[in-house]
Design a protein around this ligand. Structure first.
Ligand SMILES: [Zn+2]
Length: 452
């Protein structure tokens, strides 16, 4: 029987785009399946020149913008072309969390292959696909993971553990193979509101005396960006709101529910109301009712309002949320009573809101890597035009370099595979055999050795 191997079809020397194939005898599973930012993509597809909706996978495979894997893709995504289609032979896909770089390609997966994810992740994906016409995940037999409860796929045993990340309901995995355990962290952090979950996962991982640790290293290596804890974001906001006489504006990642909670609490305690986009309100509704994650609800929370932007057409999902919503004129009039959460893509609303010069703008998301970042230049143009004052308050969804080192020491796996990082070399001191993966190469789980 062939020894278990692991292969990385994405997430190699890049942040995001994890696609991890584990083979053990006849059993094959995939962990995460999402796109990474690939500059090569823009060599072939740009603006309105995009893969055809009738054969997206075929059109990406043509330029190797997607990896080939037998028995993964749906016939439909291949444009119905028989020559490349193979019957499904991936037995399950496990999704660690609801970010695009881990789940964005699920829509290409054969509809007979089961997709395992936490119930909360499923809810977020569902809310995304309802409120964003471009976010689709396809039809699958969806299976809900229960914390700590093993799932059997052939002879593989997969134990899901909830971990803390900047989207709730993220999962890390312990996978018991025929030669020992493989640990896959997904994306995780230790400084967020659910840090104890990460702790329990790492303790369980260590107890397995694992053969392999697949660890994300987003912040490994040089990391010049400023970073706070979630509590640090809260106190920075408190101070800013206390010294601001008028409107305050903030942007954060749309599914960073912890940040939305922090913003809501800071607004409330400074006598303000948080005004959120309809999409955010929709997500809050979709996640209502989890006692471990109490979220302010639109319509009933006295310190939460929905922003109604100028639109020609309302979608069915947003109509019920817009009752009592406020628009640009009212935001302008009630400025000092409000903290406005503004999506970066809704910046044209500023043209109607006309914030007072000097109004604070809080970027509550990670700083761009370089000054050449186009979006950042555009953001600064807008801020300059309206004379908004930029503040950077963010807590990352990822462990810092020193935290990652401590995790490697704690889990103490035989073989160490750094992924989801531009700096695998930051892990070269182990402990464990340093195995920086090459894309598409199979490595023995037991020894970390690359197969020819
Ligand atoms: Zn990621």
């Amino acid at each position: 029987m062939a020894e278990p191997t692991v292969r990385f079809l994405g997430g190699v020397r890049e942040i995001g785009g994890n696609k991890i194939v584990l083979d053990d005898g006849p059993d094959r599973v995939l962990f995460d399946f999402g796109p990474a930012f690939d500059p090569r993509y823009e060599s072939f597809y740009v603006d309105f020149l995009t893969p055809r909706s009738t054969s997206p996978v075929r059109d990406l495979l043509e330029f190797e913008l997607l990896p080939w894997l037998d028995g993964l893709y749906s016939k439909e995504s291949l444009g119905g072309i028989e020559e490349r289609y193979t019957e499904p032979s991936v037995h399950a896909v496990f999704v660690s969390h609801a970010h695009a770089d881990h789940a964005g390609y699920l829509k290409f997966v054969h509809p007979e292959i089961p997709v395992y994810t936490s119930e909360g992740t499923r809810k977020i994906l569902e809310a995304n696909s309802k409120s964003s016409p471009t976010l689709k995940y396809g039809e699958h037999p969806w299976k809900a993971l229960q914390p700590g409860k093993p799932v059997k796929v052939g002879n593989l045993e997969i134990l899901p553990f909830p971990v803390d990340h900047s989207v709730p309901y993220a999962t890390g995995f312990l996978v018991r193979t025929s030669v020992g355990t493989l640990v896959y962290t997904g994306d995780f952090r230790e400084h967020g509101p659910r840090a104890p979950l990460t702790r329990s996962f790492l303790e369980a991982a260590r107890a397995e005396e694992p053969k392999a640790l697949l660890i994300e290293g987003t912040r490994a290596g040089p990391d010049p960006r400023k970073n706070l804890s979630e509590a640090g974001v809260r106190s920075a906001l408190d101070e800013l709101l206390a010294s601001t006489a008028g409107l305050a504006v903030v942007s954060c990642y749309p599914r960073d529910v912890d940040r939305i909670r922090t913003l809501h609490e800071a607004a409330r305690d400074s006598g303000r109301t948080l005004v959120v986009p309809a999409k955010t309100a929709f997500l809050l509704r979709a996640l209502e009712g989890d006692p471990s994650l109490p979220l302010p609800q639109p319509g009933s929370d006295p310190n939460l309002l929905v922003y109604e932007r100028s639109k020609k057409k309302l979608f069915a999902w947003e109509r019920p949320l817009l009752e009592g919503a406020i628009g640009a004129q009212e935001v302008r009039r009630r400025g000092r009573e409000l903290l406005l959460l503004l999506d970066l893509y809704q910046f044209p609303e500023l043209i109607d809101i006309r914030p007072e010069p000097g109004t604070p703008f809080v970027r509550s998301m990670s700083e761009p890597f370089s000054d050449e970042d186009v979006n950042d230049a555009v953001l600064k143009n807008w801020l300059g035009h309206f004379d908004l004052r930029l503040h950077q308050f963010h807590a990352s969804g990822h462990c810092s370099g020193p935290e990652l080192e401590a995790v490697c020491r704690e889990v103490s796996a035989t073989n160490l595979f750094p992924i989801h990082t531009q700096h695998p070399e930051a892990f070269r001191h182990g402990p464990g055999r340093y195995c920086p993966p090459e894309k598409g190469v199979a490595y023995l789980v037991a020894t970390g050795e690359a197969l020819p």
